[in-house]
Design a protein around this ligand. Sequence first.
Ligand SMILES: Cc1ncc(COP(=O)(O)O)c(C=O)c1O
Length: 376
Amino acid sequence: MSHFAHARVDLDAIAHNARLLRECAGGTPLMGVVKADGYGHGMLPAARALIAGGATWLGTAFIDEALELRRAGLTLPVLAWIIPPGEPVAEAVEADVDLGVSDRAVLDTVIAEAVRLGRTARVQLKADTGLNRGGVNPADWRNLVDAAARAEDEGHLRVCGVWSHFACADEPGHPSIALQLSRFHEALEIADKAGLDPEVRHIANSAALLTLPEARFDLVRGGIAGYGLCPIPDFGATGLRPAMTLRSRIALTKRVPAGSGVSYGHRYVTDRETTLALVPLGYADGVPRAATNKGPVLLGGRSRVISGTVCMDQFVVDVGDDTVEAGEYAVLFGDPGEDPGVPTAEDWARILDTIPYEIVTRVGVRVPREYVGAPA
Ligand SMILES: Cc1ncc(COP(=O)(O)O)c(C=O)c1O
């Protein structure tokens, strides 16, 4: 293997997860969410693996991501949902990308481009049911729906979807969940009364997909779970397979005496003569600096903890008197089902008080992705 560090991505695991999510959702069609470079796994290989596992829609944050999917020859429906001013709306209309409409200005831009191009744009109206992020507020929903219905009658657009997004689906039982569902039903009723007949109504993300049958509607949007990670802390067994393994070869080892301060700031001090192993991955590669003296690493067959400060390009692990040699692999996270004892991205998230999404999406560009499983 030529690279000292890489993120190995198991495409069979992603396809397996997509199949599992479809089963969990009682066969409801699955949108595989591939924004942010497929949550760090590589957008195109991840998309193809999700499709192999049964996803029939793809979701991205930005139009450019959706256009990249189209350029790669993927013709299935794709929804892009963050559309700031100046985005390539015309290209999206020409490429039949579904445009998530979160406010009137976006709707007007899409209509203007559709008129200019003489095409029918595909849009999906997003209701803000309580996340207070993207989406149209309840007070403005009726106006937006009426404007979209008029433009649909005039042939400028087709309202393919009506949708929303949960704030707290990763906290099952949170009171906002029922409230958002009831507001979503109200938004759908208003759309229905205005004569809209969307192909898909959807609100569920991975957490809702795993826990809320009543949130399935016509489509479920699976992001993190497709990559084998559970959005709900301490949820228990899901059968999902973590797709990414982050590992690096040890660059060097050295013996140091007791009382040696290790790495910047000497935040770790050896309590005996010991062996230090240098792992050439740092915060520039996505290992959070907050993992200083905290991050778990499987090395020499044992789970250990990073010793001292995580630097830009490297960190150190105290391996005691164990025999660990340069060239051996240190595994930061992966799939314990395949590699017993390996920490998971969920372990990293718990230890660093964050979410597994952040752990996998932050793996840097210097770390090559290596694909195993189905063809990328
Ligand atoms: C609008 C929207 N839908 C779906 C998802 C997928 O969420 P998850 O990765 O929790 O399944 C996201 C991700 O943040 C999102 O922003």
